[in-house]
Design a protein around this ligand. Structure first.
Ligand SMILES: Nc1ncnc2c1ncn2[C@@H]1O[C@H](COP(=O)(O)OP(=O)(O)OP(=O)(O)O)[C@@H](O)[C@H]1O
Length: 258
């Protein structure tokens, strides 16, 4: 079963400073949605709001609703750990536990998510998660190697496998390739393409070619000195790039600013 996400009038603050203003966006189940826009327009903040990480920042506040399967993830009855299991996150810099083995890295989220598994189930989860992340053939003979001994691109795919091991419905990716070389970037993009029929992906990217290659939908965020981040335009990726409705979108995707 594929799930989408809907945000309604999401605003966010750091202290007194409003950084997002009434962002509403529907992310359809399955496929990849790219969040694009100049630096500082609130893309990462918005992404962190989608799995309740924003509230972990001291002084951070938010308003609005984020619906997963029709239920607000901020409903007081929802447990943040369960929300974060269903809505996983991969960060800009690969962050495996460096001294922990590849095997243990993959299953490191189970306990936090309250998932109990015997040895056979763990073996199965490690293999299937590494396969889904496109890393199995490269590491199957060295599952006991420390995660920190893998290349940067492999570490990022290990982090994707770790997220997948707890069976998320949504995977959030915050510039997952920005610390990687072009070959590793391609590899991650292939992994994203393979995963998109299995779960819903929301990716922040600065790379316009990447947004076009990997996403089917796009949302263009913008902030100015007197307006907090907001969505100028969203829709099918092809439309945003080939026939944007707003001249600011045309200027941004055409490389004229940002
Ligand atoms: N922890 C924080 N405390 C205070 N302000 C913050 C914090 N994190 C982000 N901000 C501010 O919120 C605004 C939005 O930042 P955010 O990182 O979401 O933008 P972004 O579009 O993802 O930028 P980039 O593309 O450069 O990563 C910026 O003005 C930033 O300075």
């Amino acid at each position: 079963m594929l799930y989408g996400l809907e945000t309604r009038n999401v605003s966010a603050w750091f202290g007194d400073r409003k950084v997002l203003d009434r962002v509403s966006l529907t992310v359809a189940p399955g496929g990849v949605t790219a969040l694009i826009g100049p630096s500082g327009c609130g893309k990462s903040t918005y992404l962190r709001i989608l799995n309740r990480m924003h509230e972990m920042v001291r002084g951070a506040a938010l308003a609005g609703e984020v619906l997963l399967d029709g239920r607000d993830i901020y409903d007081p009855q929802q447990r943040p750990t369960e929300v974060r299991r269903r809505i996983g996150m991969v960060f800009q810099r690969p962050n495996p536990f460096p001294a922990m083995s590849v095997y243990d890295n993959v299953i490191s989220g189970l306990r936090l998510a309250g998932i109990k598994a015997d040895r056979r189930r763990k073996d199965h989860l490690v293999e299937s998660s590494l396969r889904r992340a496109g890393l199995w053939t490269e590491v199957s003979s060295r599952l006991r190697t420390p995660g920190g001994a893998l290349s940067g691109g492999q570490q990022q795919r290990l982090c994707i496998a770790r997220s997948l091991a707890v069976s998320p419905d949504i995977l959030l990716m915050d510039e997952p390739c920005s610390a990687l070389d072009p070959t590793s970037t391609r590899r991650i993009e292939e992994t994203i393409a393979e995963l998109r029929s299995e779960l819903t992906i929301v990716i922040v990217t600065h790379n316009m070619q990447q947004a076009q290659r990997v996403s089917q939908s796009c949302a263009f965020f913008l902030a100015t000195h007197d307006t907090p981040g907001h969505i100028v335009e969203s829709g099918p990726t092809e439309q945003l790039f080939e026939a944007p409705r707003d001249s600011r979108t045309a200027d941004y995707v055409g490389g004229r600013f940002g």
